[in-house]
Design a binder for this molecule. Structure first.
Ligand code: ZN
Length: 422
């Protein structure tokens, strides 16, 4: 074996190494070329090594010793700090365009649309470590036995993630700036993506209730996107109108062993502050579940029989989607598709891809931005590789995403020694 199969796949589908080699260099006389540092961080993230410290060890005498060779944590941090995040963002957009051309971003349920969801996540909160790009807040916390108020430093990133694909794929992230709202940050990210990916790269945006604000909705409609946004009490007048319009019996009902769904549809509900009307769908979903009942410690040790119980969820969705022949339950499906961000993408990004682990942070804000962008890119490309190449060729369903990371690291060990000594 002369090449790692993950890298061979990336080159075949994305011309990845050629594009990485073309990334501009941010330093004048680098001891290690940026391509080498990028590869170390990218492949280290693909192998799910949690920190730069670990990547240094793996480059010295571990999984990456043949592929990368010696490279110190400090050299990686320094190179990351001096690099412009723009070309890394553009590289991610390049990959996304290829994925769209290859038909990876669509699936049947979305009726031909590419659907993207937006959401934010907090990373790297600390009372000690900070950088010039940190956000700050005053927090009361326990130090020993005493309560103390201190400044807490943290970062929030927003992500745009395709949720119409068979698995969620991040398109891009942006760090929220101090004093900037999440919605403003997301809008800036969406505009950057629109510039890079071209108009109508995706068709429809889903978001939580925070985003149901006139300026945001106007801005995304101007770009030409459809939208489905949760409606909650942060828009009290619209919610009151929607409640009134859906007060009667449901327009649609469906039940099976697991759940019961009731759905109301109001095609024109007045949104007074925006001086317009929107379409509203209300759903009540009753999930039939089982649980083990709690009982006193003195009772017998035999496990209790499970008892059945119902869990009910009420949701309102506002939208500009023209339904035509499409049933209103499509709005419910679109609204629910956003849950894969929290349940799947953010969950895997934080547990397996160590997104919350700062690694470089103290005094190196830009290094943290670049590190996080490379980690998200590595997640996106390994998850594509996992679903398109590994899982589709495997009968064993138990081979998970973190098994893949171990396998990737193992395969690097089998590479022949490098000929050069850079
Ligand atoms: Zn910071």
């Amino acid at each position: 074996m002369s090449r790692h199969q993950f890298e061979a796949y990336l080159d075949k589908v994305f011309h990845f190494s050629r594009r990485v080699a073309a990334l501009p260099e941010g330093r004048h006389y680098p001891r290690h070329p940026w391509e080498k540092v990028f590869d170390a961080v990218f492949l280290g993230a693909a192998c799910q090594f949690p920190a730069l410290h670990r990547i240094e060890a793996e480059c010295r005498d571990g999984a990456l010793s043949k592929r990368i060779g010696p490279l110190s944590e400090d050299a990686i941090g320094y190179a990351l700090e001096l690099q412009d995040p723009g070309p890394i963002f553009a590289l991610g957009c390049n990959m996304a365009r290829r994925l769209k051309r290859n038909g990876v971003l669509r699936s049947e349920w979305a009726r031909g649309r590419v659907v993207a969801a937006v959401d934010g996540i907090e990373i790297c909160s600390s009372f000690v470590r900070c950088c010039d790009l940190c956000m700050e807040r005053r927090v009361t916390h326990k130090v020993g036995e005493q309560l103390r108020e201190d400044i807490q430093y943290y970062h929030r990133i927003v992500a745009v993630i395709v949720v119409s694909a068979p698995f969620p794929i991040p398109l891009g992230i942006r760090f929220q700036k101090h004093g900037e709202t999440e919605v403003a940050c997301t809008l800036a990210l969406l505009k950057d993506l629109n510039d890079q990916l071209g108009r109508r790269f995706f068709d429809l945006l889903v978001a939580d209730a925070l985003y149901l604000q006139t300026p945001f909705v106007e801005a995304i409609e101007k770009i030409g996107w459809e939208w489905v946004i949760n409606l909650k009490d942060n828009q009290p007048e619209l919610l009151a109108e929607a409640e009134q319009a859906t007060a009667g019996p449901p327009h649609f009902q469906e039940s099976n062993k697991k759940q019961e769904l009731q759905l109301w549809h109001a095609p024109e509900v007045l949104w007074p502050v925006a001086d317009r009307s929107v379409r509203v769908v209300k759903t009540v979903r009753t999930l039939h579940k089982n649980r083990v009942p709690l009982r006193p410690a003195s009772a017998s040790k035999k496990p209790n029989a499970k008892e059945a119980f119902d869990e009910q969820g009420l949701n309102f969705y506002a939208t500009n989607v023209e339904l035509g022949l499409v049933p209103p339950s499509f709005i419910h499906q679109l609204g629910r598709s956003r849950w894969t961000i929290d349940a799947d993408a953010f969950q895997t990004l934080t547990t397996d891809s160590h997104l919350k682990q700062p690694s470089v942070h103290q005094g190196r804000g830009r290094a943290l931005v670049n590190l996080t962008m490379i980690r998200v890119l590595a997640y996106a490309l390994t998850i594509v590789f996992y679903h398109r190449q590994v899982r589709s060729h495997l009968r064993k369903a138990s081979f998970g995403f973190c098994d893949l990371a171990r396998k990737l690291a193992y395969l690097f060990l089998l590479l022949p020694p490098r000929m050069d000594s850079s």
